[in-house]
Design a protein around this ligand. Structure first.
Ligand SMILES: [Zn+2]
Length: 223
């Protein structure tokens, strides 16, 4: 059964499904950029200082112009680390949801959630493709973008467009175990997560869709 709360009369649907959240023993939530809008973070298409956030995920930009790339990266990192989790992140933690997120903002961890799969990686870390060192993104501020071990150009801790996403087998395992699937702020158009709702509905697991205003709807559902 699919419950759609992506419309203005969401309360009518929501008041009838609160019980699903109360009863769930293995609730799983898939989140996308929409959940973090209330934390002040832009979605991919939005402009940020003359560029779209999407450009951060272009491998060619990183490879060809690392200086400009990391300048842009650091501006975004600096702004984004000011963001705080909103009520949607906080209630998902409170209700022990396992989280599969497309977001790189780290706000589920900030909210206290421990079981989080960041399938696109994260913005808080850099890594070296050659020696595999992982560094905090703050490293850029004083040390530049070369690896301190092997001097290669560091790369972001998230995946570029076209690269393989992370944690898919564990995410699939969670979806198969789940008894409630919540989907927040994502079009679910990317592979492989676009198959996840189908897996859930095939197993008769209720699926709840929320597009916007999750910071209001999630607390309502959980109280
Ligand atoms: Zn290295």
């Amino acid at each position: 059964m699919i419950y759609d709360l992506s419309h203005k009369d969401w309360v009518e649907v929501a008041k009838n499904i609160k019980m699903l959240l109360l009863k769930a023993n293995f609730p799983v939530c898939i989140t996308g950029a929409g959940i973090s809008v209330a934390s002040g973070l832009p979605v991919n298409e939005m402009n940020f200082q003359g560029k779209t956030v999407h450009q951060l995920f272009l491998k060619d930009f990183w490879r060809r112009e690392p200086e400009r790339y990391f300048d842009f990266y650091y501006q975004i990192f600096f702004e984004w680390k000011k963001a705080l989790p909103n009520n949607a992140h906080l209630y998902l933690h409170k209700k022990n949801f396992k989280i599969i997120t497309q977001n790189i903002d780290g706000l589920h961890f900030e909210a206290g959630s421990k079981n989080v799969i960041e399938i696109h990686g994260n913005l808080r870390e850099l890594r070296c493709e050659t020696c595999a060192i992982i560094l905090k993104s703050d490293f850029l501020k004083h040390h530049g973008f070369n690896c301190p071990n092997c001097k290669q150009i560091l790369r972001p801790g998230f995946v570029f467009v076209g690269e393989k996403v992370k944690g898919v087998s564990l995410a699939t395992h969670w979806i198969c175990q789940s008894d409630l699937l919540l989907i927040i702020g994502t079009e679910m158009d990317a592979l492989p997560i676009r198959y996840f709702p189908k897996i859930a509905t095939t197993k008769q697991v209720p699926v709840i869709w929320i597009n916007q205003n999750s910071e209001t709807i999630i607390p309502y559902l959980c109280k």
